[in-house]
Design a protein around this ligand. Sequence first.
Ligand SMILES: Cc1cc2nc3c(=O)[nH]c(=O)nc-3n(C[C@H](O)[C@H](O)[C@H](O)COP(=O)(O)OP(=O)(O)OC[C@H]3O[C@@H](n4cnc5c(N)ncnc54)[C@H](O)[C@@H]3O)c2cc1C
Length: 437
Amino acid sequence: MSEETFDVIIVGAGVLGVATAYYIQLNSPEKKILLIDRNLAAGQANTAMSAAAVRNMFASSTNQILTDTSIKYFEYVQNELGHELFFEKTGYLWLLSESQFKQESVQLWMQRMKASGVHYKVYNKKELKELIPGLNVDFSGDEEAELMHLQEADFGLFGGDCGVLDPTRLVEHYFEEFKKITHVKPRFGVCVKKLLLEAVPKLDLPGEPHVWQQKKVTGVITDKGTMRAKTVVLATGAWANELLDPVGIDSMTKAKKRQLFVIHAEDNPKLHDLLDTKGFNELGCIPFTILPSAGVYFRPQLQERGFWIGCGDKFGRGYEYIQTDDMMVPESAYYENSMYPVLAKYLPAFESARPVNSWAGGYCYSPDRIPFVYEECGVLVVNGASGSGIMKADALGRIADALYRGEPEAELFGGKHVSSKMLSIKDRNVEIESVVI
Ligand SMILES: Cc1cc2nc3c(=O)[nH]c(=O)nc-3n(C[C@H](O)[C@H](O)[C@H](O)COP(=O)(O)OP(=O)(O)OC[C@H]3O[C@@H](n4cnc5c(N)ncnc54)[C@H](O)[C@@H]3O)c2cc1C
């Protein structure tokens, strides 16, 4: 089989791969860039599994800038470019007990948001109860709630610039724009088996590259043949380790299973009332809401007249080194025995509600919960979005492009500049993120 050569091969057409492909091609119009994925279309893996919520309410100023600029770009795409992303500003509502609210980490989170100009509002218990009459804010005398260690909702931390969108439409935006300017048709159903590691220069000695030779990743070995490129971009998310380990690059990421369960309001008037909660946003709907205990959250799904229920369980939910097929199977008992009892305690409207659909995927976690964008030996890696890759996609695509071009700084949407190496391993300059769902 003949070997093809490109300037750049981008492996992975999830939201991070397509955003990166678009920005690299936009700023290097002469380069031959090939985008490949083993799936049959773009955005079919974790991007499609996501709750697709977007928030700038992070504790680290690093994540604040990545998300705030990305969200503003999404608004621009929808409002100015006229590409419908179904971006709806539902807002994000964190329900917190008094002791949680007083924690140093929460106070610091609010201080940092204020300093960065991230808008938020604090509601007290009385205001919460007025806005969401169905919210149970008093667990006194409730033995079950005590047994479950449920904390009461004393405060609400609300961010009105946050919301939800359709990740398929977002992928489509970057992918379509990329296709307009690329010289090479993207290829699907192509699985990368290995990164091609070669000696530079090649001496054609048996067994090279030897330890004394300089070496570099010079392409990919796929099930459709070997392809060469000066730069290989790995945007393979929760599968990055499979390709990086064999060449000795430590990806430093781990995957964790995450699942979503869909509840429709159907003929339950209490669920309709909850969905139509007024006072938080112009849509007149309940915001994306995070309950005070157990990591349970839900988002409204207005088109389906329902809710997506998720849980960011921490201790007790194992890390996997890479995302396996088992991870992709949702666990109905998990909803039934873990999430549902919590949900129904805070919001009795969910009592006896059962999922009509569910799915599972994986978060690709970095140790500090901040993404990685770095280049090493011919490979440019974009991953570790730690469960919030949709909402950071635009900034990450621009940073990856600046790094590719050797620019010291990346210009994010709206004109803010950041170091193109701030998300790298060697020159990492980030604040640790504490607000991860
Ligand atoms: C349940 C759940 C809820 C989430 N909720 C949110 C949310 O509300 N907001 C948010 O911002 N984020 C959320 N996320 C996280 C978000 O989905 C990810 O951060 C984002 O999709 C990462 O994008 P990606 O392009 O890195 O990964 P992916 O979309 O997984 O793309 C990686 C691509 O690489 C391809 N690939 C992998 N290995 C190979 C190979 N060897 N050869 C060829 N192709 C390969 C895969 O086929 C895939 O298409 C959620 C995730 C889950 C699972």
